[in-house]
Design a protein around this ligand. Sequence first.
Ligand SMILES: Cc1ncc(C[n+]2csc(CCOP(=O)(O)OP(=O)(O)O)c2C)c(N)n1
Length: 679
Amino acid sequence: MLLSRKLDDKEIQLKNQSQIFFQISGAGHEAVLVAAGLTLRPGYDWFCPYYRDRALCLQLGMPPLDMLLAAVGSRDDPSSGGRQMPSHWGHPKLNIISGSSPTGTQVLHAIGAAEAGVIYSRVPQIPDRRERFRDDEITYVSLGEGATSEGEFWEALNTACTRSLPIVFLIEDNGYAISVPVEVQTPGGDISKLVRSFPGLFVESIDGTDFFASLRTMREATAYARARKGPAFVHAKVIRPYSHSLSDDEKLYKPATEREAEARRDPIKRFAEFLKDNGLATDDDLAAMAAEVEAEINDAATKALAAPKPSKDTATLWVYSPDVDPCSSAFDTPAQPEGKPDTMVAAINRTLKDEMTRDARIVVFGEDVADASKKEALPVVPGKGGVFKLTHGLQRMFGDDRVFNSQLAEANIVGRAVGMAARGLKPVVEIQFFDYIWPAMMQIRDELTMMRYRSGNTWKCPVVIRTPIGGYLRGGGPYHSQSGESIFAHCPGIRIAYPSTAVDAAGLLRTSIRCDDPVLFLEHKHLYRQTYNKGEYPGKDFMIPFGCASLRREGDDVLVVTWGALVQRTLLAAHQAEKDHIGVAVLDLRTIVPYDWDAIAAHVKRVNRVVIAHEDQLMCGFGAELAARIAGELFEHLDAPVTRVGALNAPVAYYPDLEEAILPQSSDVLKAIRQTARY
Ligand SMILES: Cc1ncc(C[n+]2csc(CCOP(=O)(O)OP(=O)(O)O)c2C)c(N)n1
């Protein structure tokens, strides 16, 4: 407890000397955290702590030097290699999954981590599963009382209780979220009162500054979860004597009387008094202990300050896997076509089945993806298998532990997948419609895509998110027709595949699953069951490398760079243009991140005129990025301005004529081809 407090003090001193760049303290939380650390097992249980958990991490075995290496941003900081602020714990050996700054996201990772243990225990086909879980392991997650206002907290409780997971929630309630008091966050000001009606949940409320009360309760809570009785919830009331962070001054909103009352509950002071009252230590003993702790910290600080810093040329290291390159020839495997031509739906379904047969670590979940959740229904019904039937038959083939329905909560789907992937499973999840991916956006942008980078390549979450995208449905309306790949292309750390044919879908999905980065796999709804993009199933090992465009048509006058539903529309426009003696080359990018710059450049240099056609809105669509790069790097090869075709800057309206006006049509592409050819 003292080590934790004095480390905070040291960091505050270093921050004031501008030797470190950020400080957030765990002061006031030490008693319950040491109690938790004494109860839980490092490298055995799983941990998703938040930034106040310094005392827990010390108790689990993280040395002070590691914490100070993070504070100075050292290359050797084991939590992040200088990528993250200090107190954003991560430690593979101790099973501490790298945490981030958004309040509450970690709660879903903990659910996924707990589920991973359950899945490993139930799927005997996973070869090394015995090394990956313990029969009585539990997962610990902590958060402040303010963060219990986040939806993800409630989503996590839902899943913990419906699946009766072995997880312990610790709410560290210091009464304030920065300046906002608990009664503004929580009706009645007491979170444990609200959660008592969750079935199977052990709930206890304690004074978290009282070490022995904390230890007793943490023992009960962990025993409950270890015995597989269900999840446990400990609400610990603590104090926060050092303001929210060094950027905050609590005197601005907390009256002196309240601060004095808190000071009387300081856990370090209380524990010292206990030791003295019981004849276990004298003032001299305590002073000697403090001196010893300070000497240890000073020594660690000297080492941390002298430690090497990351060099500038490593700035983009670990955005993607440094070991597995999905653009490489290892992912270029020949097709072995079989059967008769079939739809994109069939190709994706079969690829999922083949990959799940090959790799038992693959789990599939999402809304409606199972055939039937009710056990008694499954033998007597045909099965749902997704609203578009992409996952049909998977549950029947691979069982309920590998294919299951999630709750109707998109952050929950992605957040759990992050936790599972951190423990080595391979989640291939479905977001039912691209239009509803947005509740998961923080999990995608701040967690999924950043995990590897922010943890200095010590944690990763190579999840595949499949989602139906796009319009041209004649009646899809604003909430079943959206595009928006450029928004995700703006998130470093994720790959984006966007196939336009059944064969490409099979090859790119396999690459998505076998590569080691997170992938957003965009499936165009309108392309699911067309006849023009059908293909023979290309076999169990067929892969297409990422960043490898497909030249769908040769032509010498104009190049159209396109993808998704615009490929077919462009091919039709090119056919028309031929009647005007305009030869049009059509390049289907197939993946957006990475995209095949070499192919674009080679064709632009040859053809000198380029149109970029996509379904997404023109404004800030991905075409803007391509156009800027072509104009910037290939200017002297251009005989005409780069022209873009895309949707109007409007939602996709329901009435078909409006939809037609909003989304780009073949005629729009043809117009752009003609103008560009004539220029
Ligand atoms: C999603 C999100 N919103 C806002 C913030 C800014 N922020 C950081 S800490 C914090 C307060 C958290 O309060 P609480 O959960 O009670 O934990 P405490 O810091 O008091 O321990 C806020 C608003 C954030 N990090 N993440």
